[in-house]
Design a protein around this ligand. Structure first.
Ligand code: AMP
Ligand code: ZN
Length: 129
């Protein structure tokens, strides 16, 4: 059982702001800011790390278009597009979705904290070799 699949089927009510063959975009039930929307992939896939890349790109394209609309309509000053993949990254619902978080100057709702880095030469080799 997957709560987002149930929302997509309409078995759980949601405020749907946009729907297409690939996505259902709904208001987040616990919004971080005014207009916080989550764009649900209609096909169940655990996260972006498991998703077909073309499918993820198709979802991203629709998310980008919707973000422009939401920022314009809310009068936000910017937005974060956030995709949490796996528990370590803060994913709480194991069904791929993109957050659109409109940002308002001074709201401070999303902040990433920097940690001391590993040796960058070693990490560079790890990724590129
Ligand atoms: P994540 O932590 O990236 O997995 O995001 C899951 C998001 O889904 C959270 O921001 C929740 O507030 C949101 N959420 C959970 N249940 C519902 C629901 N029934 N309707 C709308 N949003 C939900
Ligand atoms: Zn699902």
């Amino acid at each position: 059982m997957c709560i987002f699949c149930d929302i997509i089927k309409g078995d759980i009510p949601s405020r749907t702001v946009y729907e297409s063959d690939n996505v259902k975009a709904i208001f987040d039930i616990a919004p971080l800011t005014k207009g916080h929307t989550i764009v649900l992939a209609k096909q169940h896939v655990t996260s972006m790390l498991e998703a077909d890349e073309d499918y993820a790109a198709a979802i991203m394209k629709e998310t980008a278009a919707l973000a422009k609309l939401i920022v314009a309509k809310t009068g936000a000053d910017g937005c974060n597009i956030l995709v949490n993949s796996h528990e370590a990254a803060g994913q709480t619902v194991d069904h791929m979705h993109f957050h659109i978080i409109p940002r308002y100057k001074g709201d401070d709702v999303v902040e990433l904290h920097r940690m001391p880095s590993d040796d960058p030469d070693e990490v560079f080799r790890l990724i590129t070799e």
